[in-house]
Design a protein around this ligand. Structure first.
Ligand code: UGA
Length: 431
């Protein structure tokens, strides 16, 4: 949707195809089915100006297009590899509709060798090699900042065995003025996985350093300032917290691990990344129990806890691999009653987390009512400047367990809170 809307905005005619008729209908009516800043305006403008339409028919879209992007899901397969069935279905549908030379671009995140697989599927379905080229053009946008990342990318990666096809795709992005890396297909495929796995490793490394800080007088935020100032390291993706979630990093780290085993070039570093990331929430829960729990079988029985932020990151309603799911389950298992608030993701969260032992609230102050602790799971902007006095007045015990380091210790301890954050020993409230 984001890439299509931006290509349309740059003046191209774009047809977005989906098998879900109701989604196509609502998109054509200008309704954006996900929460993504700036996307609704882009969709509306380009629909109105007739450059963007949505359809369920592959033949109609393929026959009128020169370049076809495959942007389907590539979920984990049962054997730990990547399920390419949606890519295969899309490629088959495209093959049946080819009516002249086409460039078929794989934008989905796929294992090394998928370009050849797509080529095989298309040829097996009767298309002559001269009538198409396959290009790999991975996507690097982040949810919540997808429009910005697409308009101002750090780089565009284009992999193909056909120089002409690669150049045609490069032209499509020319107006963005971003550096373009033209390479072979397999390198392009690997660039995507290696980038995501590296970022996941960077986050995990700093989380491990944060564990160390919690055993000392060091403060992870100060450590990050110093480490990130080295231009060889950089400050981005050094935010210590509850670990990475979302629909990409967990899946892509696993997929790269699987591929490395399959290809006999194992990457034990990624095993360690995975294990450390999996330990983030249990560790956080232990800190909560350590402060608020009893020795009973259900250590938090009778305790109310407010949970702020449910989506996997701010500015999205996406709940895939959101840390809130694991946190809410774990807290309920210890007997806690939960009061949860998210600015956008509550409907999706309720579907996944359920209603048992949890009340969904309209604002953060309602979530704090009768609570002995507030747990911050997602760093939504609106949490930064909460009225801390009002929040405290709603609570039984003013304690904040900040899983995303939204606050500074001074800010919350001055307001009378006890404060647990990531990568720093807990701070007592100022009298
Ligand atoms: C990620 C990549 O950042 C994109 O470049 C890539 O295109 C995308 O995956 C994809 O493969 O489609 P996304 O998952 O949308 O984007 O969001 P991120 O901002 O990368 O955050 C991922 C997770 O890492 C979140 O759970 C976030 O809370 C966590 N994170 C991020 C940290 O814990 N610390 C940080 O410093 C940064």
């Amino acid at each position: 949707m984001v890439t299509g809307a931006i290509f349309a905005d740059l003046g191209n005619d774009v047809i977005g195809v989906d098998i879900d008729r109701s989604r196509v209908d609502s998109l054509n009516a200008g309704d954006c089915p996900i929460h993504e800043p700036r996307l609704p305006e882009l969709l509306k403008r380009n629909l109105k100006e007739g450059r963007l339409t949505f359809a369920t028919s592959i033949p109609e879209a393929v026959s009128t297009s020169e370049i076809i992007f495959i942007c389907v899901g590539t979920p984990p397969a049962e054997d730990g590899g990547t399920d390419l069935s949606q890519v295969e279905t899309a490629a088959t549908g495209i093959a049946h509709a080819v009516n002249g030379y086409k460039i078929i671009v794989n934008k989905s995140t796929v294992p090394v060798g998928t370009g050849d697989f797509v080529r095989d599927v298309i040829e097996k379905n009767g298309v002559a090699a001269k009538d198409f080229d396959v290009v790999c053009n991975p996507e690097f946008l982040r949810e919540g900042q997808a429009v910005r990342d697409t308009l101002q990318p750090d780089r565009i990666v284009i992999g193909s065995s056909s120089e002409t096809a690669a150049k045609t795709v490069e032209l499509l992005y020319q107006a963005l003025g971003a550096p373009c890396i033209i390479t072979d297909t397999q390198s392009a495929e690997l660039i995507k996985y290696a980038s995501n796995a590296f970022l996941a490793t960077k986050i995990t490394f700093i989380n491990a350093v944060a564990n160390l800080c919690e055993q000392t007088q060091a403060d992870i935020r100060e450590v990050v300032k110093g480490v990130g100032a080295d231009s060889r390291i950089g400050p981005a993706f050094l935010g210590a917290g509850l670990g990475y979630g979302g629909s990409c990093f967990p899946k892509d780290v696993d997929a790269l691990l699987h591929a490395s085993r399959r290809l006999g070039a194992e990457m034990p570093i990624l095993e360690a990344v995975r294990a450390e990331n999996d330990s983030r929430v249990p560790r956080f829960i232990q800190r909560i129990i350590g402060r608020l729990g009893t020795k009973n079988r259900l250590p938090l029985e009778g305790t109310t806890i407010g949970v702020l932020g449910l989506s996997f990151k701010p500015d999205t309603d996406d709940m895939r691999e959101a840390k809130s799911i694991e946190i809410c389950h774990a807290l309920r298992e210890t007997g806690a009653r939960l009061r949860a608030y998210d600015p956008i993701a509550t409907t999706n969260a309720r579907r996944i987390i359920g209603d048992d032992g949890i009340e969904y609230c309209q604002n953060p102050y309602e979530a704090a009512k009768g609570a002995s602790g507030i747990v911050i799971v997602t760093e939504w902007r609106e949490f930064i400047q909460l009225n801390l006095n009002r929040l405290k007045s709603e609570m039984v015990e003013p304690i904040i367990f900040d899983g995303r380091n939204v606050y500074s210790s001074e800010q919350v301890t001055d307001a009378g809170f006890e404060y647990f954050s990531i990568g720093k020993i807990p701070s007592k409230p100022k009298p």
